[in-house]
Design a protein around this ligand. Structure first.
Ligand SMILES: Cc1ncc(COP(=O)(O)O)c(C=O)c1O
Length: 474
């Protein structure tokens, strides 16, 4: 008899995992000299800017380099503000070394910086270090807060209102922890808006089998790119207040706004502007990460969660629960410190920093346009462009014959599409099924947080494949 927790067994083997396995296999085949219509596989699934060719920000890497190897403080080519930041951070590390243990909740100086950032972002709304928990990435932070809230069986089992389409690892976390996922559908025809009537519908249905306690929102959306308006956020907060739901605001893409004139507004800011009736009562967890902001440092694994309106009687227990398993790597915390306190005008590193940031943003804008132009010229595809994030989520209107073929092969139509795209053109995308989708609709996700040349090549191959596919099944 296996000793493995049965919940672990329940985590579904993702369709994407199989596709990625095949992708790696094709790479090996190419290395062994197997002939294919392409020389290189392009895996453009993950929201991983650096693997997509984006260069790390110089200031981030220089400060980290000096912190790791303080002898570089003697180096004359390193800018004074880099040295100053490194010295400041090293003073916060016991023994002046990044190799020492840091405080479990995060280095206090880094926590303070996070609070200042939040407060500035939210027009002066206060933020307190005791509410900030620094984690090894926001997935880790999501799991931490979920663990605090998920319990019960049957009608008492914690239900989590979860958007469809969704960030899939969150859904896996729900299964692992034994929460009931309560899907609510974002409205594709309305640019992937979150409609409160849909939340009400989902909540009402869920009460027959669980106890909904959490409302998860992703803003800006993954995979949709939709950015909620202030009005929409207000509606959601009012709904959460009425239904006594704990809001999880996954705001990891807050820095990646690309549509002209659009603006990110945080849940916390709106909550506090709604007055004490809400700001003193609605429980909110807001997540951010060094992975998904402009620096794209996914591998450094650092993020934070701010817990707002947590019941004061459990605060100490929550901190103790956190201490049992968290102790985020110091290098990640250095990146977090720079994310929340980047170089400013007048600093020696500012010109390079601002130029690098500008080029990442310009590239994102350019990439969205590239996708739009491709989709416009491609029958059987549509794209509700969002305003933020790093993904383009395309809808596929597949011919009836293709649907029948998929049925015959015992597979999903969008998986069949992506598998063929991979085999024939060497392009690996995310299958819509992975994110969840309305019955009878099919999608693919492309990461646009990549270089424009790489994306151009992906779109060229996608176009050529798609036209062949339509031709075959029309
Ligand atoms: C919406 C969302 N939340 C959280 C994460 C986790 O990011 P990390 O753990 O790298 O901070 C991701 C990663 O793709 C994401 O898309």
């Amino acid at each position: 008899m296996s000793k493995i927790n049965p919940r672990v067994r329940m985590i579904q083997n993702s369709v994407q995992a199989n596709l990625l396995q095949r992708c790696n296999h094709i790479r090996e085949e190419l290395q062994q000299g197997v002939k294919k219509p392409y020389k290189e596989v392009i895996d453009i699934c993950w929201g991983d800017a650096h693997s997509g060719g984006t260069k790390p920000l110089t200031f981030v890497r220089q400060v980290i380099a000096v912190c790791i190897y303080p002898e570089l403080l003697q180096e004359t080519t390193i800018a004074p503000d880099v040295k100053e930041r490194a010295r400041r951070l090293l003073r916060e590390c016991p023994g002046g070394s990044v190799g020492s243990y840091a405080a479990a909740k995060g280095i206090p100086f880094v926590q303070d910086g996070v609070c200042e950032f939040i407060s500035k972002r939210d027009g002066g709304v206060p933020s307190y270090p005791e509410d900030i928990f620094i984690c090894s990435g926001s997935q880790n932070a999501l799991m931490f807060v979920l663990k605090l809230l998920v319990h019960g069986k049957g009608l008492a089992q914690t239900g989590v209102l979860t958007p469809i389409p969704c960030y899939p690892t969150f859904v896996m976390g729900l299964t692992e922890l034994g929460a009931a996922m309560v899907p609510y559908y974002l409205c594709e025809d309305d640019g992937w808006c979150l409609h409160v009537e849909e939340l009400r519908r989902a909540l009402a249905t869920s009460r027959s089998h669980c106890n909904p306690r959490i409302l998860y929102v992703i803003n800006p959306g993954n995979p949709t790119g939709h950015v909620q308006s202030r009005e929409s956020i207000e509606e959601v907060i009012r709904f959460a207040a009425e239904e006594e739901l704990f809001i999880f605001a996954d705001e990891v893409y807050q820095d990646m706004m690309y549509a002209e004139g659009s603006q990110f507004v945080s849940y916390k800011k709106v909550l506090f502007e709604m007055g004490p009736q809400y700001s003193n009562t609605v429980e909110l967890a807001s997540f951010h990460s060094v992975s998904k902001g402009i620096m794209g440092e996914c591998g450094l694994r650092c993020g934070y969660v701010e817990l707002v309106n947590l019941d004061p009687s459990v605060k100490q227990s929550v901190t103790s629960a956190f201490n049992t398993e968290r102790n985020t790597a110091v290098i990640g915390q250095i990146a977090l410190n720079i994310m929340v306190d980047p170089p400013k005008p007048g600093d020696p590193s500012y010109p390079t920093f601002s130029q690098e940031v500008k080029s990442i943003r310009d590239n994102l804008v350019h990439n969205v346009r590239q996708v739009q132009e491709t989709v416009e010229a491609l029958p059987g595809t549509s794209f509700q462009a969002g305003s933020g994030g790093i993904y383009a989520y395309l809808r596929l209107d597949l011919p009836q014959k293709a649907l029948l073929q998929a049925k015959e092969e015992g597979t999903d139509p969008d998986l069949m599409y992506c598998s063929r795209l991979l085999e024939e053109e060497g392009v690996c995308l995310v299958v819509g099924k992975e994110h969840g989708q309305q019955e009878g609709t099919y999608h693919i996700r492309i990461c646009i947080g990549t270089t424009s040349t790489r994306l151009k090549e992906v779109l060229r191959r996608l176009k050529s494949f798609h036209l062949r596919f339509l031709n075959e099944f029309s």
